[in-house]
Write a protein that binds this ligand. Structure first.
Ligand code: SAM
Length: 386
């Protein structure tokens, strides 16, 4: 794959993070950025592909286009896929898998479209090399994506391999964790720049805490990853990759602020401690066992990031819980900005505070609202007058 060639890449993301991802891609040197649904397309070369895999906070996958064609029938689809020089892209000893999104009249089942594509790839290798690569469904070294939209077929190599939300630091799990990409997107929606202390009073496995520490230090979030999809491509340029990695690490900043994590569950705190140690941010993140309703704020003002129980994966009387949380915010948290995500759209009404901004997001399959509350001194007074 030539290094100086430009590609129109597709970077996938979560619903509601397209704008933030576009800004990230621009800041990293991308060109001709176009927002799509749950994705952004951008032009860049192979060095840019390495860079964005390491540095993006709100990207899930980086896809590099290999072919695009209008299919006539199933035989033609197979022939077009057979014509792609797969053996120039990856070695016969590398594992692969085909993932298909979409369908049309002739390819009306994604598993059929995937099977046909796999046959074409295997046949191509047999013909050119005399041997075939192995299909690995779970964690293939080279994932291949096929997008079907009516008769248009787009074929991509997945430059990320595993999804980019798998940063590499969060190996210990607590209940109902937030996707790391979503956590980073929420912090970026708040426009926090490291200036104020951060508190997650219900931190679970510590996702917000580590993502905030990564942002505060301007650290590329995927620096802990051992490899990406492109590591298995023929012609992977290790020297260029290491240079880009060093360049990104060279932009890391000192941070002398504080990030506070609290939870009342020991199991969650153990998982958080484990993940934070792996992230190497144990010097800036302070963990404490605490009940939100029984504990004072850790500082006069700050940014609160909170992902309380939704009554889906963790059972809770959310109406009562959210009302009491709202009361606590009014009483104790004047001066704080609160970013609150929940899928319990009914219980939101019990919070008793008016959000200054709100966004629609998805936490996995769950439709969520992200609410921003600015807790002014006045909020407290108004509450007292009631
Ligand atoms: C949805 S989980 C948070 C998951 C977390 N964002 C993560 O990424 O792992 C909600 C957390 O709230 C905690 N929690 C519930 N009630 C609490 C309270 N009164 N005080 C502190 N933590 C509480 C639970 O123990 C649980 O870890």
């Amino acid at each position: 794959m030539p290094e100086n060639k430009d590609y129109r890449l597709v970077v996938k993301t979560l619903y509601g993070l397209e704008e933030i991802l576009s800004k990230e891609l621009l800041a990293l040197g991308g060109r001709e950025i176009k927002k799509l649904n749950r994705a952004v397309s951008v032009v860049g070369d192979l060095g840019y592909v390495y860079k964005i895999n390491l540095a993006l906070r709100t990207g899930l996958r980086v896809l590099l286009p290999l072919a695009e064609f209008e299919m006539e029938d199933v035989e033609h689809y197979y022939e077009e896929l057979l014509a792609i020089p797969w053996e120039e892209h990856f070695d016969v000893n590398t594992t692969f898998a085909v993932d298909v999104v979409g369908r049309n009249e002739q390819l009306n089942h994604s598993s059929f479209a995937g099977l046909k594509a796999k046959d074409a790839i295997v046949d191509r290798f047999r013909d050119k090399i005399g041997d075939r690569p192995t299909v690995e469904r779970g964690t293939p070294e080279v994932p291949i994506h096929i997008h079907i939209y009516q008769d248009t077929i787009r074929v991509y190599l997945d430059a990320s391999g595993d999804s980019l939300h798998k940063r590499g630091y969060r190996l210990a799990a607590a209940r109902a964790p937030l996707n790391e990409v979503l956590a980073a997107g929420i912090i970026m929606h708040s426009k926090w720049n490291g200036g104020m202390p951060v508190l997650d009073p219900m931190c679970g496995s510590g996702t917000f805490l580590v993502e905030a520490a990564l942002i505060a230090h301007n650290m590329p979030p995927n620096i802990y990853r051992q490899y990406f999809g492109f590591h298995f491509w023929k012609g992977f340029d290790e020297d260029l990759y290491e240079k880009i990695k060093d360049g990104l690490l060279g932009r890391a900043k000192e941070y002398d602020g504080k990030i506070f994590g609290r939870d009342l569950d020991d199991y969650a705190l153990d998982a958080a401690a484990d993940n934070i140690e792996r992230s190497m941010f144990d010097d800036v993140i302070r963990l404490k066992r605490a009940d939100f309703f029984q504990t004072d704020p850790p500082s006069e003002k700050g940014l609160m990031l909170v992902n309380p129980p939704y009554n889906v994966r963790i059972a809770a009387n959310t109406h009562k819980f959210y009302r009491e949380m709202g009361d606590m915010l009014k009483r104790e948290y004047a001066g704080w900005t609160v970013m609150w995500i929940t899928s319990d759209l009914e219980a939101i009404k019990s919070i008793g505070l008016r959000p200054s901004r709100k966004w629609n997001l998805f936490n996995g399959e769950l439709e969520c609202k992200l609410l921003q509350f600015d807790m002014y001194e006045g909020t407290k007074k108004i509450h007292k007058l009631r």
